[in-house]
Design a protein around this ligand. Structure first.
Ligand SMILES: [Zn+2]
Length: 292
């Protein structure tokens, strides 16, 4: 069995980097079609699959593209669809960037939970890739690795030179067989865990980097309403939703990037000070191994 949405979801908002307001309409899609974007504002409404091969930029967010068409900052929406059990979805968008909303995946995940899913009989088995040996990628002291495991687990570490963030580690597993089958019960557990532990964690940034990013033409849509900002004296816009909200958000980004594999690998994915670029490099290595 595969799953799609029971009815459509509509959402409008501003993109973090472009500052452009877009409208997103997520519609049910047939079995085997996967998750894919459609740029409904462009001639011939090009389709951009939510797959590793379509990634064409990873600076501060993950961008997918096909030909001239692209869609940016896909990670929070895709993490929500994948973890909430939506195998097939047609994501229509009328601009170049997914709305940031409150900076977390809460609104996407809540909307998916409220419309619900329908099962789709399918001959195609969406089995997990079982990892036989560790895979890792590294850049300086940052790394991401995937270790063979009995369960799907994500662990993340960050280390910032500001007291309010400092060193944080968090490990999240949806449960022993959550991803392994399309059985209703395990999917439900997984969705609940995502909704409460990961989805509410918001995007965060450091005050001293913000001006520099804005000068580079980035984060035009960022504000104190959609991102936690940390200065030398502490958070500018408390309260936090979790004491370790930043590292939980990193897990959200990691899960969103790895969702581009189609199904998550049955592995313990462990990341330290990583980035979208390293997350995607790991996904590429996992695919190479599967193909090789
Ligand atoms: Zn993020």
């Amino acid at each position: 069995m595969q799953h799609t949405l029971a009815s459509e979801i509509n959402q409008t908002g501003v993109g973090l980097h472009s500052g452009i307001s877009t409208q997103v309409r997520i519609r049910p899609s047939e079995a085997g079609s996967g998750r894919y974007f459609v740029r409904v504002d462009l001639p011939n409404t090009p389709i951009i699959p939510a797959q590793v091969a379509a990634v064409n930029q990873t600076v501060l967010s993950t961008q997918l593209g096909k030909g001239e068409a692209h869609v940016r900052t896909v990670e929070h929406l895709l993490a929500s669809l994948a973890t909430m059990g939506v195998d097939n979805a047609r994501i229509e968008i009328n601009g170049p960037e997914v709305p940031l909303l409150d900076g977390s995946a809460k609104e996407w995940a809540t909307a998916i939970a409220s419309v619900g899913l329908v099962s789709q009989p399918s001959s195609e088995d969406r089995v997990l890739r079982v990892l036989e040996e560790p895979i890792w990628v590294r850049q300086g002291d940052a790394f991401v690795c995937a270790l063979p495991s009995e369960e799907v687990r994500f662990t993340y570490g960050i280390d910032f030179d500001v007291k309010a963030i400092g060193n944080q580690w968090y490990s999240w597993s949806p449960g022993s067989d959550s991803f392994a089958t399309a059985r209703g019960a395990s999917r439900t557990n997984f969705a609940e865990s995502f909704l409460t532990e990961i989805a509410p964690a918001r995007t965060f940034g450091l005050l001293h980097q913000i001006e520099q990013l804005q000068q580079s033409g980035l984060i035009k849509g960022g504000s104190l309403d959609n991102a936690l900002v940390c200065g030398p004296e502490g958070w500018l816009n408390p309260p936090l939703r979790f004491a370790n909200e930043p590292v939980r958000h990193k897990i959200l980004d990691l899960v969103g990037d790895l969702s581009l594999l189609g199904t998550f690998p049955c592995a313990h994915v462990l990341a330290y000070k990583a980035s979208h670029n390293l997350h995607i490099q790991l996904a590429q290595r996992i695919l190479e191994l599967a193909d090789g």
